[in-house]
Design a protein around this ligand. Sequence first.
Ligand code: FES
Length: 191
Amino acid sequence: MLKHESKERADTASMLPEKLRNELAELIAHGVHPREKAVDVMFIIQKHLGYMSDAAMIEAADLLGMSPTQLEELATFYNMIFREPVGRYILQVCDSAVCWLENHQSVMDHISNRLSISPGETTADGLFTLLPVCCIGYCDHAPAMLINDRAYGDLTPDKIDRLLERYRNMAREITTEAVRTEAKERDTDPT
Ligand code: FES
């Protein structure tokens, strides 16, 4: 049992928005056994919150009828369940056999240098998190990595630089669009 588990259960009973909580409850109700939806539930909450905080784990476990410890054990099997805050773009560099032979370390080092972070860290602007990962099934294009859920292979320093720039630009566009939408909503809000 997690430390102060019962207290946290009470304190965090409604940390998820009601709409999301209801959607999750409906999803769980469709399973033969609630626990079979545990991974889906964690991914949905993570999409909403950015990562699975302790409080989120406790609330998810509560919805699933599991103990937080049981859910925690399950989460450890999934690289893409994040228990700490991560950046908008998660760079997961494969360090399994084929990529290792193709000098995956040079990929890791190049990204580390370019972003000034070590594996396991997130850039100060919150854009990128760098992590090692086991084989991503892209061995014929080693060395390879994932950026969020998209695979990139045949990585070279130039290709990595282009990818980082592309994702930076995407982030800028998303921010600009969000500002535009907010301004538009403000202009059309009659209140
Ligand atoms: S060993 Fe790296 S993608 Fe398979």
